[in-house]
Design a protein around this ligand. Structure first.
Ligand code: HPA
Length: 249
């Protein structure tokens, strides 16, 4: 049985319309998840929701306990995750307001606890990460967007930087040369940890600003939040459509 989990990013503090039936704080060998995992019904569909940055505390991207978050969801039976990420746009079509379901990523993060493999298992774990996002789940997210009348780009390369500072203009130029379409700070190690646990994982990226050096204006949190506010409703519609399409009875 497919059990969906949603990881909310910046701007998605709660899952709109979720009727909560339980809040779980499972113990994990890696400490506590960012916040209690809410279990609830959305349009009659059972779903688990976790806010990546916690609340009211705001855990910065490099300090999120990704291992505890994924472990907690897995221990509750979640086997498919849709992650929401706020990102900057690099390629010209990735303008603020765009929604993108990336098909590839490049990991520029460092020093994060990025694997469950501590070497004690007696065998090396080299997960296949050729396609970091689950193809089938990704395609269904795109189909759900179409059904809901939500415009969304069905592919893109998500570059993940360490943060919490934003990038320099030269870093963004290098990322563009590397093939990145988007830049965010929370996509890794989340996607790889999900793969290690056998969880199908797809991401919906909300473009909230042009990446550093690509616009005349400085990047401001106020600008990001305005766009996030507008996009959160659209993402909500997409998620509801996905739940009905993929998990509805
Ligand atoms: N860079 C990195 N992460 C981000 C950005 C950005 O420009 N916008 C939102 N998250």
């Amino acid at each position: 049985m497919k059990v969906p989990g949603i990881i909310g990013g910046t701007g998605i503090e709660e899952l709109a319309g979720l009727s909560i039936v339980a809040a779980h704080r499972p113990e994990t060998p890696f400490g506590e998840p960012s916040r209690a995992v809410q279990e609830g019904l959305l349009d009659g569909c059972r779903v688990f929701f976790l806010q990546r940055h916690g609340s009211p505390a705001l855990i910065p991207p490099h300090l999120v306990n990704y291992r505890a978050n994924l472990w907690a969801l897995h221990s509750l039976g979640v086997n498919e995750v849709i992650a929401i990420n706020a990102v900057g746009g690099i390629s010209p079509q990735m303008q603020p307001g765009a929604l993108v379901v990336p098909d590839q990523l490049i990991d520029y993060t460092w020093g994060r606890a990025h694997t469950y493999d501590d070497g004690s298992g007696g065998k090396l774990q080299h997960i296949d990460f050729t396609e970091p996002y689950d193809r089938e789940l990704r395609m269904q997210v795109v189909a759900a967007a179409e059904l809901a009348g939500v415009s969304c780009t069905s592919a893109g390369v998500h570059g993940i930087t360490q943060g919490p500072r934003l990038e320099t203009a030269a870093e963004v130029r290098r990322m563009a040369a590397d093939g990145c379409d988007l830049v965010g700070m929370t996509g890794m190690p989340e996607a790889a940890l999900a793969r290690e646990l056998g969880i199908a994982y797809a991401s919906v990226c909300m473009v909230v600003n042009p990446a550093a050096g690509l616009s005349e204006q400085p990047i401001s949190l106020a600008m990001m939040h305005d766009i996030l506010h507008q996009e959160a409703g659209v993402v909500g519609a997409l998620l509801r459509s996905l739940l009905a399409l993929r998990y509805g009875s």
